[in-house]
Unconditional design. Structure first.
Length: 88
């Protein structure tokens, strides 16, 4: 017996999959990668940029996924489950 998955659930699963794939890529882009040092020079200048948590792309993706899940839950609850009648 196969279980039928509703389109809303499949959309949520796809969104979660995309978020799980993109989050490490976004974090790698923010960290700036590695090295590129200047051997032989006496001084080094380092600039650091910080991003507040609500402007961080990772948290934006997490927020969007949570919002989608809430919408799906509200839609699923409003549709109702109906009643199941079991006859002997």
């Amino acid at each position: 017996m196969r279980t039928k998955i509703s389109p809303a659930v499949s959309v949520v699963l796809i969104a979660l999959l995309l978020a799980m794939v993109q989050a490490p890529l976004l974090l790698a882009q923010e960290s700036g990668g590695g090295g590129g040092g200047t051997a032989g020079q006496g001084s080094t200048t380092t600039t650091t940029t910080t991003t507040t948590w609500y402007a961080n792309p990772t948290w934006i993706i997490v927020g969007v996924v949570v919002l989608i899940l809430l919408i799906v839950l509200v839609v699923a609850a409003s549709r109702g489950g109906g009643t199941t009648i079991i006859k002997d």
